[in-house]
Design a protein around this ligand. Structure first.
Ligand code: GLC
Length: 432
């Protein structure tokens, strides 16, 4: 008798647990591979919760990915190679649509035409490969100069307009602050590690000194020219003088940490650093401004165009729902949240007229031109080989920054490598 009852109870429990599993299984899980720099990850979680609230049958998981763009790409490539359905939505760098197009669905097949016109047309063009929309514009960015207003005042200096002026100001402030008992103080921090961030920084140096865009829009290799060589040599002169020797292994967050603890006069970084620099725990709160990056010899300035976009994996088991999640992540509502809380620049033009967005980020208005005239890296011209092109470029620059090679030699070899990778001919540097 006892045994019979026991079997009955087990059977009931089994049926119950199976039906719980069945209900749970009705939920569709959508995984979004997200950025983790600044407040990106926490804001992605917040957006996921917002989506789930309106879609109780969808469980949006946020996968945190490595901070360095190159490491993130390597992770994505592993998933793609395995045709993995683990990740449905990928946050992809503005430079990747051309290289990665084959792994993404065409978002026009999922209704993107209804919403895509809200975004800056240049980004839509960037994300369109052979007529297919690879990713929905999500966030843009451009290189900016962060400067300490209190220290410029203390040393009676102006915001530097040229790289020469930046060098001088950095030197004066650093000397003064060190004499004032701050041994850890530096003049200038930037992204000098051998990765995509260095490509962005060095493109700004080179372009602002009339050295072109590495490879031109019409597919000529333009990097080997005297303006480039001079400027890279100049930047190498910053290492160990106004910038720490360790700058050659710094990425965005390393530079920001030094800056935010009050130990740098100037920093090159993206807009996201603003929301953290004005935070309660920031030593530079109320003591800094943001301006365009300095000009080179001929007076040109350059900000590299950065940014991230939302693509749906071809290997997703639920591409339709994944596309809906990607559209939500890139929507007005979420881009506004990210702008207000994380100073991530929207790709939706009308958000630059949104009062809350501008109140949180006054520089979105004052530096609007910098954002819309930023210089793209040559990813469209070199697709599907941009990643390799960029690797050779950052490697060459890094070898000069670390004193392994002189600029002339490094750039000459770089030219050969780029010819090998792309098959393009050489040409004169051009304005974008
Ligand atoms: C930022 C930019 C991205 C760039 C990366 C380099 O995340 O938005 O476009 O490739 O920095 O570190």
């Amino acid at each position: 008798m006892l045994k019979k009852n026991f079997v009955g109870v087990i059977a009931v429990l089994l049926i119950l647990s199976l039906s719980v599993i069945a209900v749970a299984q009705e939920k569709v899980e959508i995984t979004v591979a997200s950025d983790t720099v600044g407040k990106s990850y926490e804001l992605a979680l917040e957006a996921a919760e917002m989506y789930e609230k309106d879609h109780p049958n969808v469980d949006v998981k946020i996968l945190d990915t490595p901070r360095l763009a190159n490491d993130r790409l390597n992770l994505y490539l592993q998933y793609f190679e395995a045709k993995s359905s683990k990740v449905d939505v990928y946050q992809i760098d503005v430079i990747w649509p051309g290289d990665l197009a084959e792994h993404f669905v065409d978002l026009y097949q999922y209704g993107a035409d209804q919403i895509v016109d809200q975004h800056f047309p240049a980004l839509v063009k960037n994300n369109t490969v052979d007529g297919r929309l690879i990713a929905m514009p999500f966030q843009l960015g451009s290189g900016l100069l962060y400067y300490r207003t209190d220290l410029l005042e203390k040393y009676n200096l102006e915001v530097p307009q040229t790289w020469d002026q930046l060098e001088k100001a950095a030197e004066i402030i650093m000397k003064g602050e060190r004499a004032d008992n701050n041994k850890d103080f530096w003049g200038f921090v930037f992204q000098g590690d051998n990765y995509e961030g260095l490509t962005c920084n060095a493109l700004e140096w080179v372009y602002s000194n009339d050295g072109g865009t590495i490879i031109s829009k019409d597919r000529k290799i333009t990097i080997n020219n005297p303006n480039t060589i001079k400027m890279i040599e100049k930047a190498a002169g910053w290492v160990g003088t106004i910038a720490p020797v360790g700058v050659t292994s710094m990425a965005e967050e390393d530079a920001r940490n030094i800056w935010q603890s009050g130990n740098a006069a100037f920093m090159r970084n993206w807009p996201y650093a603003y929301s953290l620099s004005v935070g309660e725990d920031s030593a530079v709160k109320g003591k800094f401004g943001i301006s365009p990056l300095p000009a080179g010899k001929g007076g040109s300035r350059a900000a590299t165009a950065g940014g991230w976009h939302m693509g749906v994996s071809k290997y997703s088991k639920n591409p339709e729902i994944a596309a809906d999640v990607a559209f939500f992540m890139a929507s007005y509502e979420v881009q506004k949240l990210r702008a207000v809380k994380g100073s991530f620049n929207p790709t939706i033009k009308s958000l630059y007229e949104d009062e809350d967005v501008l109140a949180a980020n006054p520089f979105f208005e004052s530096l609007y031109d910098v954002f819309v005239t930023a210089i793209p890296r040559p990813s469209t011209a070199t697709a599907p080989n941009y990643t390799e092109v960029s690797k050779y470029f950052s490697e060459a620059v890094h070898s000069v920054l670390t004193g392994k090679e002189d600029a002339q030699t490094a750039i000459r070899y770089l030219e050969y490598d780029l010819m090998d990778v792309t098959g393009f001919e050489t040409g004169q540097p051009q304005k974008y």
